[in-house]
Design a binder for this molecule. Structure first.
Ligand SMILES: Nc1ncnc2c1ncn2[C@@H]1O[C@H](COP(=O)(O)OP(=O)(O)OP(=O)(O)O)[C@@H](O)[C@H]1O
Length: 352
């Protein structure tokens, strides 16, 4: 199955560097991705893999000591990687591409009511008058699952619970009707039930507004429920991507194996949980070969010598691993991964 939908964002070979006390750190090493209209793409990977930095570069939100050193970020006929002035970003940030973070308080003004904060972005970005903007803000509150909207409109962030605050932030971000909403671990700090409700609200908003979502998480368990496609990131690089069932039931990169195999819900009773040994590479140093090789018990000799190119598993599924080379030896995936594949072949749990 090839993708026929319209591509809304094309990111090619982006490299992001930070200058830290005179030394260069490469946080993102040649990462690429495509985003289609109306889809949810999840980016998964452990802490420090570069998920936030990579996506912040799509809205000009890198810290001052960081820069896109090379690569292209193509959106609406422009290359955002070439933007150099804040005015250029003002047309995009919040308006066409919006981002929400784990801690809702970073986005909320404690001195203004939630309603005012939503109304303000509507008047600013959508040119409605005060009255119309108020009605629209109330409707946004309802859409994100805040009941009793008329009363909640006049309350301040400190009067909201954590989950309600995050809903407020989603309402503010979505009120501008962005084409792309980037959600950086938006529900990680919340309890599971609230998390599930918020994810459901996000999906409804997406259906209604047709926006594309990039969902950043380290929790592959969340991904199965929200994403159409998954990109796995390791040490500043996307190492595998595909439709969600492809990456879940037929992962090919040893790092994707490790991430999935360490999910507690996939282990069988009495089976030891899989742990990824070692630490990610030092980003101040140049990485030789496959960055995951030193932590991969199944690494091949070539993994330490040469970086693998992309190999296609299907028209929609790709992985950067030498294991997919035609002359690679047969290497067995961990038991949990083999079981996932068997399940999918039997047609069990095969979400679409
Ligand atoms: N301003 C900065 N200066 C120097 N290094 C930075 C800066 N911002 C981020 N980094 C580094 O870039 C790398 C990627 O960080 P990033 O926050 O994107 O990871 P992440 O995958 O989103 O992790 P997490 O889930 O913990 O947020 C990390 O090694 C981080 O220390």
């Amino acid at each position: 199955m090839t993708e026929t939908r319209e591509k809304i964002l094309r990111v090619e070979d982006v490299v992001i560097r930070f200058n830290l006390r005179g030394k260069e750190l490469t946080a993102v090493r040649s990462a690429s991705l495509d985003l289609y209209k109306g889809e949810t793409l999840a980016i998964v990977g452990e802490s420090g893999s570069g998920k936030s930095v990579f996506t912040k570069s799509f809205l000009g939100m890198l810290d001052k000591n960081g820069r896109v050193a090379s690569g292209n970020i193509l959106f609406e006929g422009e290359n955002l990687a070439e933007f150099s002035r804040e005015e250029q970003w003002l047309k995009i940030r919040g308006k066409k591409i919006a981002m929400i973070f784990q801690d809702p308080m970073t986005a909320l003004n404690p001195l203004k009511t939630i309603g005012e904060q939503i109304r303000e972005v509507i008047t600013l970005h959508r040119g409605m008058n005060r009255q119309e903007a108020r009605a629209e803000a109330l409707s946004m509150l309802e859409k994100v699952g805040i009941g009793d909207a008329a009363q909640r409109y006049g309350q301040y962030p400190h009067e909201f619970s954590g989950g309600m605050r995050q809903r407020g932030v989603i309402a503010i971000a979505a009120a501008c009707k962005p084409d792309i909403l980037i959600c950086d671990e938006p529900t990680t700090a919340l309890d599971v039930t609230i998390q599930a409700q918020i994810l459901e609200n996000l999906k409804e908003l997406q259906r209604e507004m047709g926006m594309s979502i990039i969902f950043i998480t380290h929790d592959l368990g969340v991904v199965a429920n929200v994403a159409d496609r998954v990109a796995v990131m390791y040490a500043g690089e996307i190492v595998e991507y595909g439709r969600t069932p492809e990456v879940f039931y037929d992962p090919r990169h040893p790092y994707s194996w490790a991430l999935l195999a360490s999910l507690p819900q996939l282990g069988e009773k009495g089976e030891d949980l899989y742990t990824i040994h070692g630490t990610p590479p030092n980003l101040f140093k140049e990485i030789k070969g496959d960055a995951f090789a030193p932590r991969n018990p199944r690494a091949l000799k070539i993994d330490f010598e040469e970086a693998p190119p992309w190999f296609a598993v299907s028209d929609t599924h790709f992985a950067k691993t030498w294991l997919l080379h035609e002359s690679a030896p047969e290497v067995e995936a961990p038991k949990i991964i083999q079981r996932l594949k068997e399940k999918s072949l039997k047609g069990l749990d095969y979400g679409s």
